[in-house]
Design a protein around this ligand. Structure first.
Ligand code: CA
Length: 236
């Protein structure tokens, strides 16, 4: 039986990058559809139903953020932004509008493919990581998040997280591989009226890292996207 391939829509007006992406993705067994402008992109999302969208922000006819907003009003198709815009505000804006991930140009092929795999996995697993849904556990390396016991373990050792620290780790685990912005984390954990002060999150994270990371200065489980948010390591 022929394997069903995932279809990736590339929206990019730089023909050099477009060609590179097309070649790379085709060589890695993805079906590729592409366009250089926003208007066609929106039409193609309807007509082609891609499994994932790679989206440049600086398009000739519209801003990519407009596309994110539009798509999110009716579809959950994963969107990975690929952009030369590299400020923390640019990243946070796109992620808060509903982009799943953000890659700053230039980026490496392996990084791109890893992000695409992570994005595709998220759509296959309803709202939560399938491993968590099945076993109530997310495991990466020695770190085990037990959602039934509300505890995190390092090997057999209870990491001793406080309830709030556990909630942060649990949330990141459910979205492993994906950047969650400070705003998203604060809202998810403490509701829409939560303070937008990231300081409390940084304090919690410093404590969490002290408890779970072999070397808190070079984390291997929870990574910082500077000025944007945090990402839990994927277990693939
Ligand atoms: Ca562009």
């Amino acid at each position: 039986m022929a394997q069903l391939r995932d279809k990736i829509l590339i929206v990019e007006d730089d023909t050099g990058i477009l060609k590179f992406l097309k070649t790379t993705l085709t060589a890695n067994n993805y079906d590729v559809v592409l366009t250089e402008n926003g208007k066609d992109a929106l039409a193609m999302i309807y007509s082609h139903c891609p499994d994932c969208i790679l989206l440049d922000l600086g398009l000739p006819d519209m801003d990519g953020n407009t596309i994110i907003e539009s798509v999110r009003s009716w579809a959950k198709t994963p969107i990975i932004v690929i952009s030369a815009r590299s400020t923390e505000t640019d990243k946070a804006t796109a992620l808060d509008l509903g982009a799943d991930d953000y890659l700053t140009k230039p980026f490496g092929t392996l990084e791109l493919l890893a992000r695409i795999r992570a994005a595709l996995r998220h759509t296959r697993t309803t709202a939560e990581n399938d491993e968590i849904a099945l076993k109530g556990i997310y495991q990466v390396g020695d770190l085990r998040i037990d959602y039934n016991k509300h505890r995190a373990f390092l090997g057999e050792q209870d990491a001793g997280l406080t309830p709030n620290e556990f909630r942060i780790v649990a949330l990141l685990g459910k979205h492993a591989g994906q950047v969650l912005t400070y705003k998203t984390i604060l809202h998810e954990l403490w509701g829409p009226s939560a303070s937008s002060d990231n300081k409390i999150l940084r304090v919690h994270m410093a404590n969490i890292r002290r408890k779970i990371e072999p070397n808190p200065d070079e984390p291997c489980y929870i990574f910082t996207e500077v000025g944007v948010g945090y990402r839990m390591a994927s277990n693939d």
